[in-house]
Design a binder for this molecule. Sequence first.
Ligand SMILES: NC(=O)c1ccc[n+]([C@@H]2O[C@H](COP(=O)([O-])OP(=O)(O)OC[C@H]3O[C@@H](n4cnc5c(N)ncnc54)[C@H](OP(=O)(O)O)[C@@H]3O)[C@@H](O)[C@H]2O)c1
Length: 289
Amino acid sequence: MKISGKTRVCAIIGDPVEHSLSPVMHNAAFKKLGLNLVYVAFTVTTKELKDAVLGARSLGLLGLNVTMPHKNAVMRYLDETDSTAKAIGAVNTILNDQGKLIGYNTDGNGAMRALKENGISTDGKKMLILGAGGAAKAIAFQAAREVEELVIVNRTSGKAEKLAEVLRKKFGNKVKGGALSVEVLKEELKTADILVNATSVGMHPDVNMSPVPSDLLRSDLSVMDIIYNPLETKLVADAKSVGAKVVSGLEMLLYQGAIAFEIWTNCPAPVEVMKRAALNKLAEQGVHH
Ligand SMILES: NC(=O)c1ccc[n+]([C@@H]2O[C@H](COP(=O)([O-])OP(=O)(O)OC[C@H]3O[C@@H](n4cnc5c(N)ncnc54)[C@H](OP(=O)(O)O)[C@@H]3O)[C@@H](O)[C@H]2O)c1
């Protein structure tokens, strides 16, 4: 790419950020569309967060992605936060709109778009979400808008119950929380249409672990695992082997990035190019199918 006096910058801030897939995904997209933009990664410690955000505004950066551990703390330095990000309590994308910093959360929408782009409709469906951490919360807020019934289960059941209670106030009685136990899974999976693993169970190096016993999976269940290392988790492999539709964590990563790209550029994201760039980077890092 040609860097000129008019090149604008987008960046990811977090700690650590060196292994982030966002720089390759976004730079591939900028190149594909011939946009005069460049995307870099900045390691920012908690102590430096405020200066980094104010600096981004002073330097006229176009956009930021925000990752661990700043997704919540960054909110206090923004001029506006969109209602979904506010409700979730986490921002992963910032737009610098002519000096006004606006925060968004594209994780939940990214997960829902990953399902739809893979032929899984959420309308009228029952979804079971495993986990009640940051990612689960973002997905649950978006899912609650779309599905007929939402059940959230977590190892620490109180966290799932609390999240469900918050969602019930907004979306009514279709949301329920509970424990991540074999008994509960057995019961809930009888009637679930979509299963989303938003726990870290099955993530590298524990690749032989799955949060769901394989005999509870069915061919008419759609399964999304948001873990992308490995690209195919044990849960996804088990689901595939019973003939279920599956969606990998790379798809969520891709679409949360695609939505951020669209917020910054107002152009439809070239998702195939972004996906190829992410897959190449993962392969370089030793993550394969
Ligand atoms: N594809 C994407 O775009 C994307 C985006 C964000 C995150 N992720 C992935 O999603 C996973 C969760 O991320 P997060 O940010 O939500 O993390 P987090 O806030 O730390 O939450 C972790 C979740 O996993 C559960 N958990 C951890 N170990 C467990 C175990 N041994 N048994 C049962 N449950 C367990 C936790 O339960 P407790 O509450 O009981 O501890 C909690 O619900 C990570 O693997 C991350 O890489 C993917």
